[in-house]
Design a protein around this ligand. Structure first.
Ligand code: URA
Length: 290
């Protein structure tokens, strides 16, 4: 068994028949851990202060009781860092179809701003914007890539086949988008509009959309971010390394722990890697102590 294939013993012991059935559905065999795992990390402090948006950020009313905390530059770390040339939120002036003051917005204002956004060409081909879904007090945040056809039609993230797999994965980890707090998740994408024919997000589109994701993290203040796929990793960690090289350890987005894992659409095409995705979920559970 590889180091990737660690599991949280108490979690394994606690699996009920339904969860085992879900794991079977994911194509994951439950195994006993080879060695004790390290104790869960202490809960992380909320992200604090991002330089570019610090002055704007502190005033918005929280939807959750947790005040939004502006992100600040991450402390120097050996973890892969964001590309220094393009710090979060510093990529584009608010002059091109995105309303100003994103860093001051509350959830309702942010959702409205996204629904009216014309900052890149995707606004011309989208049916609906896809803002995000889930519990605003969830302590896990899932970051995917971009809406697909179903999401574009329904205005909800991850509602197609990949979303169904994501839901099963989350259920196996004791969470759902309907759950709350420690049983919930909040799901958002790097891009809020569908790229035509589901092509890859372009750098300019990611740059224009980035302030929205930054603000979502500030407002949610998750205890953990699960970065699914290479575009989420690029946006959050500024890394273009393959997922396989980044998974299995805890990265940081400012102060927030980030677990890198495969995108569910990739897992549908490569079911052999569902085992690794399950190990990633176990690492996420370890990291937040749940
Ligand atoms: N893939 C994503 O990355 N996000 C979605 O919302 C749907 C599919």
């Amino acid at each position: 068994m590889s180091a990737d294939e660690r599991q949280k013993p108490s979690f394994v012991a606690a699996l009920d028949a339904r969860q085992r059935a879900m794991l079977a559905e994911m194509g994951v065999r439950v195994w006993a851990p080879r060695a004790p795992v390290s104790p869960p990390q202490a809960p992380v402090e909320p992200p604090v202060a991002k330089a570019a948006e610090t002055a704007e950020a502190a005033t918005a009313a929280p939807a959750t009781g947790r005040p939004p905390v502006p992100l600040q530059p991450a402390a120097p770390s050996r973890e892969p860092a964001r590309a220094p040339a393009r710090p979060p939120g510093a990529v584009a002036a608010d002059t091109s179809g995105r309303p100003g003051g994103v860093g001051q917005m509350d959830w309702a204002q942010l959702r409205e701003a996204v629904s009216n956004c014309q900052a890149c060409g995707l606004c011309r081909s989208r049916t609906r914007t896809v803002f995000g879904a889930g519990d605003l007090a969830a302590d896990w945040m899932i970051v995917g890539e971009a809406p697909g056809e179903n999401e574009d039609r329904q205005g909800e993230p991850f509602v197609g086949a990949a979303g169904q797999l994501l839901d099963r994965m989350l259920q196996a980890a004791g969470r759902s988008r309907q759950g709350q707090g420690a049983e919930g998740v909040y799901i958002a994408n790097v891009l809020k509009c569908r790229p035509p024919a589901n092509r890859n997000p372009q750098p300019e589109e990611m740059a224009q959309c980035e302030p929205y994701l930054v603000r979502q993290v500030e407002l949610l203040r998750p205890r953990l971010i699960l970065a699914m796929g290479r575009f989420a990793v690029q946006s959050l960690l500024g890394s273009t390394e393959p997922i396989g090289r980044l998974r299995g350890r805890v990265h940081r987005y400012h102060d927030v722990p980030v677990i890198v894992t495969y995108h569910p659409a990739y897992l549908l095409r490569n079911p052999i890697d569902k085992r690794k995705a399950w190990a990633d979920l176990c690492l996420a559970m370890e990291t937040t102590g749940q």
